[in-house]
Ligand binder design. Structure first.
Ligand code: ADP
Length: 628
């Protein structure tokens, strides 16, 4: 321990303006559980120890090279004092000012304020991530003393002191060993944090898996165990789940976990976790999981948190630990990135993970469903980026179809296995929701003939599914395409025969004249049963859902022309044919044709203005009511 026999002056500093407000927020409104302060201090100590362990790998001149890497907590329940000491990297004077006198990340204050406005409590995962954890100590004390000495060989000890009220002081002190000691007297209402049972309980709750021993007095409280070094049979779910919550900063248990042990070309052990829910940033920026990935250890030493190179980008939602013997301890980030060992590990892990998903699907379908609901979009993105594993990823895809209940899925294999012998293609229909898809006229033929159609309503689908081209030698085809095999037809109902050619062609002619440049063509439909008309893609047109999404991204993209199909057995079309024979110049015919076309557009979500549509509707209602 240090004693202050130096004559150097005590210097006073002001916190940056932002800092004062931040402190005020932290101390007075954001936390509901003051015990969090202990987790934050231990986590800082553990980071400082990790840094010194890492630096010692390359730096011979580190101070106290041989000293034990540990956290020591000393409490005195009579005096209500608390102190936590670590033998970590410590801080220089500049570091003290930079780290404990300023807000680390810009925007932190406004973020915290918005949380406060939303009445959100910060006890959970967020505080640590915003670089303000240290200040939580001001919840339980009036004044904090930090004594620290950097691990650099020529370093000097400093004492930092603050009442969290706007200023802090720094003075030089004699401090024999490297590392940091933080000490304070507890506020009366928080004296429980000087009670041994209570402190032990909190450490067990939040910090049990910290990588270094935590001593409370003489006793080690946490269980420093590298769980990933154990074999599957030695792992207990409860312990593994706790470990997951600790490393992933998650409240929930993982959905599932996978221990991996590989020996051969490369040797490594891993413990991987599937979270129950997708991280929020994944939903905002699909597929971009920049700051995710398992931790990389080399021979039980933490080398990198959130190592991006262990997994392909689309699998970075997997949390966990990977520990290898095959990298040298003093690897730099650049070396990690380009190392063939890493490439090999990534390749093996990817295979294991995809195998894991496959097994889940087979053996625990409910779990797999939960997984797929959360991470399905990412798997689909993988399909377009990981060509080596494309076939495996395709098998993982799940779809609702016209023959599944809502929320039930089938695979392409199941579809393919149960399709009729004379069906040559796999059909899909894409749109925004199951309800909208099922109501679409383009589905009528398929429903009528009992042909299954996959219903795609995930926005990612239109970018991914068309790229599959075929499965099991059967082409995948959107039911919007004009060239579908409609050769199999149901027997025609009495009184609903299609118009014969000589009656049909004048009707088609009038449709074409009326709609002109708005459409590519008007043709007789074979897919409609109950609806009079429908729009389908033009010969080179995009799928309409894809077009809609692309338009959202690129406002002035021109619409591709569509083909209007008409159902010549439908009473409206048959009546129109009668009107054409009676008087082809009757203006009502054109009004009806426009209305039918715009009605079809409306259904697709492609009708830009409803004004003309509605006034035409009123015109037609007027005619209909007139004859009564
Ligand atoms: P965070 O740890 O999230 O960055 P904190 O407010 O808890 O935010 O800490 C600010 C910084 O102070 C840390 O990033 C670290 O650089 C430094 N620090 C805090 N505690 C210690 C410690 N025990 N040893 C060395 N440095 C520390």
């Amino acid at each position: 321990m240090s004693n202050n026999n130096s004559t150097a002056p005590v210097q006073e500093f002001e916190y940056k303006a932002e800092m004062k407000q931040l402190l005020d927020l932290i101390v007075h409104s954001l936390y509901t559980h003051p015990e969090i302060y202990l987790r934050e201090l231990i986590s800082n100590a553990s980071d400082a120890l990790s840094k010194v362990r890492f630096n010692a790998l390359t730096d011979q001149d580190i101070l106290d090279k041989e000293s034990e890497l540990a956290v020591r907590i000393t409490i005195d329940s009579k005096e209500m004092t608390f102190s936590i000491q670590d033998s970590g990297v410590g801080m220089t004077e500049e570091e003290l000012i930079a780290n404990l006198g300023t807000v680390a990340k810009s925007g932190t204050l406004s973020f915290m304020q918005s949380l406060k406005e939303q009445q959100k409590q910060l006890d959970g995962n967020l505080i640590g991530q915003f670089g303000v954890g240290f200040y939580s100590v001001f919840m339980v004390t009036e004044e904090v003393t930090v004594e620290t000495r950097s691990a650099r060989p020529d370093s000097q000890g400093y004492r930092w002191r603050s009442g969290g009220q706007g200023t802090y002081t720094i003075e030089k002190i004699d401090k024999a060993d490297r590392g940091t000691t933080i000490s304070f007297k507890l506020k009366e209402e928080h004296k429980e944090f000087a009670e041994e049972y209570r402190v032990e309980q909190i450490i067990k709750k939040y910090s049990n898996f910290v990588d270094f021993p935590i001593y409370l007095g003489e006793k080690q409280v946490n269980s420093v165990t590298a769980l990933w070094q154990r074999s599957k049979g030695e792992l207990k779910d409860e312990e593994v789940n706790e470990f997951y919550k600790f490393i992933a900063n998650d409240y929930n248990d993982p959905l599932d976990y996978l221990p991996v042990s590989v020996e051969g070309m490369v040797t490594f052990k891993a413990l991987l976790f599937l979270p129950q829910e997708a991280p929020p940033d994944m939903l905002y920026r699909q597929g971009e999981l920049e700051n995710h990935g398992p931790q990389l250890y080399v021979k039980k030493v933490l080398i990198q948190n959130e190592c991006r190179d262990l997994l392909p980008e689309y699998l970075r939602f997997i949390a966990g630990v990977v520990d290898t013997e095959d990298l040298s301890l003093n690897v730099s980030r650049e070396v990690v990135q380009s190392s063939p060992v890493m490439a090999k590990i990534r390749q093996i892990l990817t295979g294991k993970i995809l195998g894991w998903f496959e097994t889940l699907a087979k053996e625990q379908p409910e779990k797999f469903k939960t997984f797929y609901k959360a991470f399905g979009p990412i798997i689909k993105i993988g399909l377009n980026t990981d060509f080596t594993n494309r076939d495996k990823l395709i098998e993982l895809l799940r779809f609702e179809s016209t023959k599944t209940a809502e929320g039930e899925y089938i695979t392409l294999k199941e579809y393919s296995d149960r399709m009729g012998a004379d069906q040559k293609e796999i059909y899909y229909h894409s749109g925004t929701s199951r309800g909208q898809l099922l109501a679409h006229p383009n589905l009528e033929y398929f429903q009528d003939m009992g042909i299954e159609v996959l219903l795609l309503s995930d926005p990612v689908d239109v970018f991914v599914i068309p790229s599959i081209h075929e499965y099991d030698k059967k082409p995948l085809k959107s039911i919007e395409k004009p060239d579908i095999d409609f050769s199999k037809q149901k027997p025609v109902k009495e009184g609903a025969e299609p118009l014969p050619e000589n009656l049909l062609s004048p009707v088609l002619q009038l449709f074409r004249e009326t709609l002109g440049e708005d459409i590519e063509d008007v043709i007789e439909s074979h897919r409609l049963v109950n609806s009079p008309v429908t729009l389908v893609s033009g010969k080179d047109g995009l799928d309409s859902q894809m077009e809609k999404i692309m338009k959202m991204m690129q406002a002035n993209m021109p619409s591709a022309k569509k083909i209007l199909e008409i159902n010549t057995s439908h009473p409206i079309i048959r009546n129109l044919s009668g009107m054409v024979i009676a008087d082809a110049g009757n203006p009502l015919i054109r009004t009806v044709i426009r209305q039918l076309y715009e009605g079809a557009l409306f259904l697709e979500g492609g009708l830009d203005s409803t004004t003309a549509f509605l006034s035409r509707m009123n015109e037609l209602i007027e005619v209909a009511t007139l004859s009564r």
